[in-house]
Ligand binder design. Structure first.
Ligand SMILES: Nc1nc2c(ncn2[C@@H]2O[C@H](COP(=O)(O)OP(=O)(O)OP(=O)(O)O)[C@@H](O)[C@H]2O)c(=O)[nH]1
Ligand SMILES: [Mg+2]
Ligand SMILES: [Zn+2]
Length: 282
């Protein structure tokens, strides 16, 4: 039989197949081949003996959280309490894009902004949209059914950003635990503790702990450049075809940063990512 792994509890896997769930274990050969089944895997399994037999080829796979075949990521970013973290936002956007997962930015806690801050956020939103990113807020929940249908979606973003709250509003019957205290302490203590695919609005959503600490391991500097929309898009106007937009002359990107047409925070974050990469090598 064929099914989808929706949950993993130590060495047991919950498989959904034709509307029924089965609890299965991987066979010994999985370990032998160094293959570890992941939530999100499409698998063949023996429904009598309760064994996993085969993992179908993956479209992609993430390490933290351990999920495969992810179509898109909703990057949940609170604009206040905790304050907007553009560094994390840009990093998640870049890493997610690299893994061929379409990012969607979802800003939360707009209700906590005063009118000036709201105006500032509007500019911010239109900037990201202009660069080709999809942006929503948790105030227009009705938009989500069209976004989620038929896809595997992960929710990413720092603890306390409002990921579980968002899912609860989209699908109240999930009744996920949310927490005031974990983010008040802000020690990276996540309320959400295991990885599970939830069936929501005709798709699957992964509410996950730990997807705030992504890194660039295995991603080359060039790929960082090519997975930030502006850095990739304007490359063709730079003097050098291999321009990294750092110290090169005739760099169109740097020119746009000076003119204020590329957001300063975006460019600074980009430089930081490249620096992180260089430090990793030492
Ligand atoms: N004012 C306001 N509070 C919000 C909003 N969204 C979420 N919250 C609150 O923010 C707190 C944290 O929300 P959670 O949904 O638990 O955050 P999380 O991203 O799931 O956090 P972890 O599971 O720890 O990663 C809760 O007290 C929510 O009630 C919002 O739009 N406005
Ligand atoms: Mg949560
Ligand atoms: Zn350049």
């Amino acid at each position: 039989m064929e099914g989808l792994i929706i949950k993993n509890i130590s060495n047991d896997y919950v498989i959904l197949s034709n509307g029924r769930t089965y609890l299965c274990k991987p066979r010994g050969k999985f370990r032998y081949h160094g293959l570890s089944p992941l939530v999100g895997d499409v698998v063949d399994f023996d429904d009598k003996e309760k064994y996993l037999l085969k993992i179908h080829e993956r479209k992609n796979c993430l390490v933290r959280p351990s999920v495969s075949n992810v179509d898109q990521a909703i990057i949940v970013a609170s604009v206040k309490n905790p304050d907007l973290d553009t560094y994390l936002l840009d990093k998640l956007l870049t890493v997610v894009s690299y893994h061929r997962i379409s990012p969607i930015i979802c800003f939360t806690k707009l209700d906590l902004l005063d009118s000036d801050e709201r105006e500032q956020l509007k500019n911010y939103i239109s900037y990201y949209q202009k660069q080709g990113y999809s942006v929503v807020t948790n105030q227009n929940i009705d938009k989500f059914s069209a976004l989620l249908e038929g896809k595997i979606t992960v929710l990413a973003g720092q603890s306390g950003a409002g990921k579980s709250s968002l899912l609860n509003r989209i699908s109240p019957e999930l009744n996920l635990k949310t927490n005031e205290i974990s983010y008040a302490l802000n020690r990276g203590k996540h309320t959400t503790r295991h990885t599970e695919l939830y069936s929501v609005l005709g798709g699957y959503v992964v509410d996950t702990p730990g997807f705030s600490s992504v890194d660039f391991r295995g991603i080359e500097k060039i790929s960082i450049r090519d997975n930030m929309n502006e850095m990739f898009h304007y490359l063709e106007y730079c003097k050098y075809r291999d321009c990294m937009h750092i110290k090169e002359d005739g760099c169109f990107v740097k020119n746009l940063v000076e003119k204020g047409e590329i957001l300063k925070s975006r460019y600074e974050n980009y430089l930081h990512f490249i620096l992180e990469k260089e430090e990793e090598k030492r």
